[in-house]
Ligand binder design. Sequence first.
Ligand SMILES: *[C@@H]1O[C@H](CO)[C@@H](O)[C@H](O)[C@H]1NC(C)=O
Ligand SMILES: *[C@@H]1O[C@H](CO)[C@@H](O)[C@H](O)[C@H]1NC(C)=O
Ligand SMILES: *[C@@H]1O[C@H](CO)[C@@H](O)[C@H](O)[C@H]1NC(C)=O
Length: 249
Amino acid sequence: MWQLILPTALVLTAFSGVRAGLQKAVVILDPEWVRVLEEDNVTLRCQGTFSPEDNSTKWFHNQSLISHQDANYFIKSARVNNSGTYRCKTALSTLSDPVQLDVHIGWLLLQTTKWLFQEGDSIQLRCHSWKNKPVNKVTYLHNGKGKKYFHKNSEYCIPKATYNDSGSYFCRGLIGQKNISSASIHISIGDPMSPSSFPPWHQITFCLLIGLLFAIDTMLYFSMQRGLQSSVADYEEPKFHWSKEPQDK
Ligand SMILES: *[C@@H]1O[C@H](CO)[C@@H](O)[C@H](O)[C@H]1NC(C)=O
Ligand SMILES: *[C@@H]1O[C@H](CO)[C@@H](O)[C@H](O)[C@H]1NC(C)=O
Ligand SMILES: *[C@@H]1O[C@H](CO)[C@@H](O)[C@H](O)[C@H]1NC(C)=O
């Protein structure tokens, strides 16, 4: 049985080792808007693997290490200088991809949850006011044309984006008696078949590596088995003949 256990353990060890080396931390925004207004509160959460000896998190803002070490980084009352890219890292995961957060000054801001959308994604839009002041008679506009009207402010969701949903968007509404428009943003809808959506090369390499390890291991196992069988056979053959002879008589 040990002939089977040993190679299996080897494959599993190699598997978890390579995996641990490749796992990336992920930065999650909560709430999930990538554009916010000054004085909004935002929590950045680092999802990664922590070790019992070192459960600290490293945070990077625009490439420089910041002093914060908790898995959650709370930005209370955001300022423009909180804009930029954020990355995190834990003891047992590698540096995350950057997440871009932009902090704007203004009365109204059209918020989105991503910077680039793919065909089939749902696009969530929010006409957000400074300090969440009440906004009424809200219109969302696409390429200058009214797309959606809400008497009381609500989020506008495009459930399955197509290429035709690309273009410039803004929202407007009444804050008190004032008719206010947000700045426009451009939304691009990428093609899901574009090269950037293919599986990353390191994942393919990883699968090939595991396949190779498994093949080598299987070969080792069978050659070991054969070696063991032939040595057992060599040893037992004379005994077999010896015990058989008395029966034949
Ligand atoms: C941010 O949180 C504080 C309490 O911690 C709250 O008073 C404030 O209204 C929040 N800001 C916004 C824009 O919701
Ligand atoms: C942003 O600027 C304020 C002063 O206006 C300062 O207190 C704060 O530390 C700065 N924050 C960052 C992340 O640079
Ligand atoms: C705000 O102004 C635009 C023209 O600038 C107008 O078309 C729109 O109806 C106004 N909105 C409201 C709610 O009055």
